[in-house]
Design a protein around this ligand. Structure first.
Ligand code: 13P
Length: 280
């Protein structure tokens, strides 16, 4: 069932667990994630950056790919098709027109006022199609889609202002997480996280889920996080398995065997991640 993220995230917020957002890049990853989440009987958010969508051919390819897999594999869990880090109003509109059920407008690099203006434009458009909108405040560190960023911690007052002015469905307040690998221990600001959660009625999102120790992930969930984004961890898991397979099978050339050699490791990693997100 293809849905927006509203219901699944509100339930997660109530139940103190997190819905996984896994980034996808191709047919095989999408299939493995859907199959494993169906086996686990949990809702899932398939995150697609603009770069990943263009890599696959475009936003229509992504929605048709996911819809086709859901139908042919008999997937019955709630599945959300989500634009990750939409950098402009135009790209959010493009994704919505192609059938995405959820978008993130990431105007966090702009001033608060400009962030509000752009986010509001996306919310006004998305509402007509019952598409949910995530926004970001502060700055997630590290690099994604080749763009490197410094960490800026979100401020409670700015989060309140953004929410009240835009009526977004979820908020990603950057509170010390980074995209990609951490250099040293992550330093998440749980206190501000909890204050934002107490002040806003909407679910909060944690970007840069890779490399955050399990106890910190669970502490974040109990501080208001209902959606956690994971990308790098699956990339590392999959590529390690494929590299080992190629080392042991140096004459193999069937792409199904090569790409598929990462399937079991990826599914195992998904199970481990989901278990941490369940907090039970
Ligand atoms: P990681 O690559 O660090 O897991 O972060 C993913 C993410 O936040 C996507 O938006």
């Amino acid at each position: 069932m293809i849905v927006n993220s509203r219901e699944m995230l509100q339930q997660a917020k109530k139940g103190h667990y997190a819905v996984p957002h896994f980034n996808i890049n191709n047919l095989e990853w999408t299939k493995y994630i859907l199959e494993e989440c169906q086996t686990l009987q949990i809702p899932v958010i398939l995150g697609v950056s603009e770069g990943a969508a263009r890599y696959m051919g475009g936003f229509h390819v992504v929605t048709m790919l996911i819809k086709g897999l859901v139908q042919d594999l008999g997937i019955t869990i709630p599945v959300c098709i989500h634009l990750d880090h939409g950098k402009s109003v135009e790209v959010c509109v493009e994704a919505i027109r192609a059938g995405f059920t959820s978008v993130m407008i990431d105007a966090s690099m702009l001033s608060l006022e400009e962030n509000i203006t752009k986010t509001k434009q996306v919310v006004d458009y998305a509402k007509k199609y019952d598409v949910t909108v995530e926004a970001e405040i502060g700055r997630v560190g590290g690099s994604e889609d080749g763009v490197a960023d410094q960490i800026y911690y979100a401020k409670l007052e700015d989060c309140k202002r953004l929410y009240e002015a835009t009526n977004i469905d979820s908020l990603a307040p950057a509170l010390g997480s980074v995209h990609g690998l951490y250099h040293g221990e992550p330093k998440l600001d749980f206190e501000t996280m909890k204050q934002i959660d107490d002040a806003l009625p909407i679910p909060l999102v944690l970007h840069g889920g890779t490399g955050i120790p399990a106890e910190q992930i669970q502490k974040a969930i109990f501080s208001g996080i209902s959606k956690i984004n994971i990308n790098t961890e699956l990339q590392i898991t999959w590529s390690k398995a494929v590299r080992n397979y190629l080392k042991e099978n140096d004459v193999v050339y069937d792409p199904r065997k090569i790409i598929g050699s990462g399937e079991l490791a990826m599914k195992k990693k998904i199970r481990e991640i989901v278990q941490i997100f369940q907090t039970r």
